[in-house]
Structures are given as structure tokens and as C-alpha cells.
Design a protein around this ligand. Structure first.
Ligand code: UD1
Ligand code: UDP
Length: 392
């Protein structure tokens, strides 16, 4: 009898999700797993969604939930109510969710209650700051997940400390890095800098969108003043996230060059050419580390401390004086480039290997709503387990 291919529903909803699902879908497809791509519609502008499908060569979504914007409850509920009937119809073996956005939590919750296995890519990250909406999403999604794919060792440690069975946790590396390495040469070939009149090494890049930075006018004004002072020494370009654009109206910062949100390849090109990155983005902290570009994180904490201990990131807080002092210091004395061990471009393959091992032969059609299906016990994945060539 021919074995039926396993079926994975892969969920993406917001800008960083598109970047994270691409290597997972590619690896699953190469391994003969049937994938259904669901776009929740959390992000919907061409500049926040469409351009990523084009830049990444990501196939169009098979289903679009059109959830849109709203408060946390409204948005999460919109994704859940649209995803539930679709999931029941598709009856996959596993739902793969990535990252920490509201779409991640919403689809994990629907799948867990439908008795479908949940695989979380980017599991175990913790900022320790529950005022951050993503931290709630991370904790709950991990709690609901059957397979937890951690990008770095501290992610594994957090999960095990929280009581997740170690055999459910897989240290696989970082899917953002898979995509970056796959796209680096195409980004390098972009005319982005020339079109903006920028010289490589002659400017800084800013991205800001965390509610804690941009929703509080006092904090935002302080950060804008600091950025204005830094721009006096090093010109700054600032592709503005739509959340932030709404807040910048009437407080145009001096010395900052504002752009609309840029596409993925342009964003990589801007990071590669930057002398300094100032950000509150999770993904940009990771990318700047892999690119060896100095990064100052304008937050009080990070869920990605490995970019500090084994990368080029420094968490400087949000006090304007501290931000300016750190920027002036790193413009003069940048940190040496370093990169975490497993961030080697093969996370998607490791994830696929575990999913194949777990679901091979199951071929869909599992019981839905009849309680959580019993999963075979997975082992912690290593390069040896996945038959991938070891790096020297
Ligand atoms: C969301 C994620 C955040 C992630 C970020 C990536 C949550 C809780 N937050 O934050 O973790 O870092 O995406 O960029 O899931 N908007 C548009 N066009 C769009 C999308 C949004 O104009 O295509 C505007 C709307 O006014 C919306 C606001 O941006 O209300 C915020 O969007 P939302 O998805 O709620 O949160 P983000 O700040 O984007
Ligand atoms: N990014 C982009 N254009 C921009 C800003 C960011 O393509 O104008 C990319 C960035 O390179 C990274 C990802 O978007 O790959 C990070 O997403 P974001 O900062 O929105 O979310 P976070 O990572 O903080 O959740």
C-alpha cells in the first residue's frame, strides 16, 4: 500500500511570518509533505504583505482569512472564527505556526481545541516582560504546542524550566536566518542604496514599531529627539511601520529621512550597508547579528539575548541620553562580528525532518474535536538525527 503524504497547514499573518514560513514550506515540500498555506490577513497592505510574497518567491496563500486590524481581542477572535471552519474542513496532521503575533496564538488555540497537533517555530523565546503583547502570545502558544522548535539554547532552557517535556523540544536554529542567507546575494544586487543616494557605511538604519515605544507620546518624543541628535553625526533612514506612521503625524523628527515600509530585499540591503542599526524589531536584531552590523536595541529587554551574547546587538533601553551615548560609542568602536552556532541556513530542513519523522504515514484524516491525538514521542533533533551534513 502507498503511504499517504502527511499534510501540514502552515499559518502566516504578519510581515515577519512570511519570512519565517518560506524555508519551512520549502523544506516540507522537498520532503514530500503536503502543505496548505493560510494567510490570516493580519497584515494586508502591499508593503506589509504582497511585497514579501514577491521578494521571497513565496507561493500565493491557498486560503486568506482577511482578519485585518483591530484590538487584540477583536483581531485574535477574527482569526479564530475564520480559521476554525477551514481547519475542520482541511483536517491536517499538524498546524505549523511561527513567531509571536496574534495570528500565531489564534491559530494555535483553534488547532489545539480541534485536537490537531500544533508545531511552533520560534518556541521558547522569553523577554520576561508581560507588558509586551508578544510575550503573552509566546507563553500561551508554547503551552498549547505539541512540537516546539527553538532557535537557540536559551529557548530550550525556558521551555524545559516551564515544564514542557524535553522530548517535545527541538533545537533547530533560526528560520529567519535561513531566509536571509538564501536572499543575501539578491539583496546585495539591489539598487536600493543608489536609488536613495546612500553610501555603504555612511548611514544608520532605524526601525521602530513596538507599542511600548511608539504608542506613548512621551517615550516616542524622547526617542525621536535622541535619533535627531544621532542623525547630526550619522544620517539616519527610517522605513516607517504603519503603526508608527499613525503616531508620527505632527511630530516629524529633525534629521531623519522617513521612508514607507520597505520590501524584504530592500530592508536587507539597507541593513547590509548600514554603519549602525537602531531598532526595536525582533527580526532585525537577528538579521543585523548575522550580517555583522552593529545593532542597538531601543528596549528595556530582549527575548533574543543570544544576539547580545553571541552577536552584535546591545540592549540600550529607551532613555534618550543612553541611546545617544551608546550610538556615539558604537559609531566610533563597533563590536566585532559574531554569529550564533546553529544559525546556518538549515533550520527549515531540521524542522521538516522532525515533522516527517513524527507524521510519516499518518496521511491526514485524524479525529477532530475528539481530544488531543496521541503523538509519537519525538527526540531532540541534532544534525546527526536529520542526516544533514555536519558543519566543521
Ligand atoms: C504586529 C505584531 C508584532 C510584530 C509586528 C510585525 C501582534 C500583537 N503584534 O504588530 O508582534 O512585531 O506585527 O510588523 O500581533 N496596519 C496597516 N496596514 C497593515 C497592517 C497594519 O496600516 O497592513 C496598521 C493598522 O492601523 C493597525 C496597526 O498597523 O491597527 C497595527 O497592526 P497590528 O497587526 O495590530 O500590529 P503591529 O503593530 O503591526
Ligand atoms: N522589514 C522589512 N521592511 C521594513 C522593516 C522590516 O522587510 O520596512 C523586515 C526585516 O528585515 C525583518 C522583518 O521585517 O526581516 C522584521 O519584521 P518586524 O520588525 O515587522 O517584526 P518583528 O520581527 O519585530 O516581529
Amino acid at each position: 500500500m502507498t503511504a499517504v503524504a502527511p499534510h501540514a497547514v502552515v499559518v502566516a499573518g504578519a510581515r515577519p511570518n512570511f519570512i519565517k514560513v518560506k524555508p519551512v514550506i520549502d523544506a516540507l515540500t522537498a520532503d514530500g509533505v503536503r502543505t496548505t498555506l493560510v494567510h490570516t490577513g493580519q497584515h494586508y497592505d502591499e508593503a506589509m504583505s504582497g511585497v514579501f510574497f514577491a521578494d521571497l518567491g513565496l507561493r500565493p496563500p491557498d486560503h486568506h482569512l482577511e482578519a485585518g486590524s483591530g484590538s487584540h481581542a477583536v483581531q485574535t477572535a477574527a482569526v479564530m472564527t475564520a480559521f476554525e471552519p477551514l481547519l475542520l474542513r482541511l483536517a491536517p496532521d499538524v498546524v505549523v505556526v511561527v513567531g509571536d503575533v496574534n495570528s500565531t496564538l489564534a491559530c494555535a488555540l483553534v488547532a489545539a481545541k480541534a485536537g490537531v497537533a500544533v508545531a511552533h517555530v520560534e518556541a521558547g523565546l522569553r523577554s520576561g516582560d508581560r507588558a509586551m503583547p508578544e510575550e503573552i502570545n509566546r507563553i500561551v502558544t508554547d503551552r498549547l504546542s505539541d512540537l516546539l522548535f527553538a532557535p537557540s539554547p536559551e529557548g530550550v532552557a525556558h521551555l524545559v524550566a516551564e515544564g514542557v517535556p524535553p522530548e517535545s523540544v527541538h533545537l533547530v536554529g533560526n528560520v529567519m536566518v535561513d531566509t536571509l542567507l538564501a536572499c543575501r546575494e539578491r539583496a546585495r544586487a539591489r539598487p536600493t542604496l543608489a536609488e536613495l543616494g546612500l553610501r555603504s557605511g555612511g548611514y544608520g538604519l532605524v526601525t521602530l514599531h513596538r507599542p511600548s515605544n511608539v504608542d506613548d507620546p512621551e517615550v516616542l518624543d524622547g526617542l525621536l529627539a535622541a535619533l535627531g541628535e544621532i542623525a547630526g553625526r550619522c544620517p539616519l533612514v527610517f522605513p516607517v511601520h504603519p503603526r508608527t506612521a499613525n503616531r508620527l503625524v505632527g511630530r516629524l523628527p529633525a534629521g531623519l529621512r522617513l521612508l514607507g515600509p520597505v520590501g524584504y530585499l530592500d530592508c536587507l540591503a539597507l541593513q547590509m550597508g548600514a554603519r549602525l542599526v537602531l531598532t526595536d524589531s525582533g527580526g532585525v536584531q537577528e538579521e543585523s547579528t548575522v550580517l555583522g552590523v552593529p545593532c542597538l536595541t531601543l528596549r528595556d529587554n530582549t527575548e533574543r539575548p543570544i544576539t547580545v551574547t553571541e552577536g552584535t546587538n546591545r540592549v540600550v533601553g529607551r532613555s534618550p541620553d543612553a541611546v545617544v551615548a551608546a550610538a556615539f560609542e558604537w559609531l566610533e568602536r563597533p563590536p566585532p562580528p559574531r554569529c550564533p552556532a546553529l544559525w546556518d541556513g538549515r533550520a527549515g530542513q531540521r524542522i521538516s525532518a522532525v515533522l516527517v519523522r513524527t507524521f510519516a504515514g499518518s496521511g491526514g484524516g485524524q479525529d477532530l474535536r475528539d481530544g488531543v491525538r496521541e503523538l509519537p514521542t519525538p527526540r531532540v533533533v541534532t544534525d546527526r538525527d536529520t542526516n544533514l551534513p555536519m558543519r566543521s
